[in-house]
Design a protein around this ligand. Structure first.
Ligand code: SF4
Ligand code: SF4
Length: 162
């Protein structure tokens, strides 16, 4: 189920330098309804195209008000359960609620870097894209053949994808 904004919790990112969910959505789906004419909720965000939402959870994690919720896929969240993250400067806490009322929490550290300054490799060696064509390196080993021809020289394969 797509991400949706709880109007009772959203404050429109009032006082922040940007509207966080609008900024983060890779699909440009979140919108701030400045005058309430679209959603009926003035100065609240809403998901303007839910059918395009791929449920990536970015907006759910970034919202400082914990106002965005997402009903996760039934294959990892049983009917009636929920998965809700809450993030701060140093950690993200995932709260899992089971339909029998049981609740579990998992806490992980987060990496916080200024916009545009993320170093994807850190101290680790950069990825060798040629490894994409090496089934011995992937979990797909011996499961199926992949067509890597679209990547061409970038992964060191010829037109036949070998
Ligand atoms: S990030 Fe949260 S509080 Fe800010 S506008 Fe979006 S839903 Fe509202
Ligand atoms: S879950 Fe992802 S794709 Fe869907 S609205 Fe939020 S940020 Fe956009």
């Amino acid at each position: 189920m797509p991400a949706y904004v709880r109007a009772d919790k959203c404050d429109g990112c009032n006082g922040r330098e940007r509207v966080e969910c609008v900024h983060i959505c890779p699909n440009d789906l979140m919108k701030l309804d400045a005058d309430g004419s679209d959603s009926g909720h003035e100065l609240k965000a809403y998901n303007q195209e839910p059918e395009q939402c791929w449920e990536c959870y970015c907006c759910v994690k970034v919202c400082p008000q914990n106002a965005v919720e997402c009903r996760a896929y039934a294959d990892f969240v049983p009917l009636g359960g929920s998965v809700q993250p809450l993030r701060d400067e140093s950690k993200i806490v995932w709260t899992i609620r089971f339909r029998n009322g049981e609740k579990k929490r998992f806490k992980f550290p987060v990496r916080t870097t200024p916009d545009g300054s993320a170093d994807p490799y850190g101290d680790e060696p950069e990825a060798d894209l040629a490894d994409l064509a090496d089934h011995g390196q992937l979990f797909t080993a011996n499961t199926h053949e992949c067509d890597f021809s679209q990547f061409g020289a970038a992964v060191g394969v010829d037109d036949a994808g070998s």
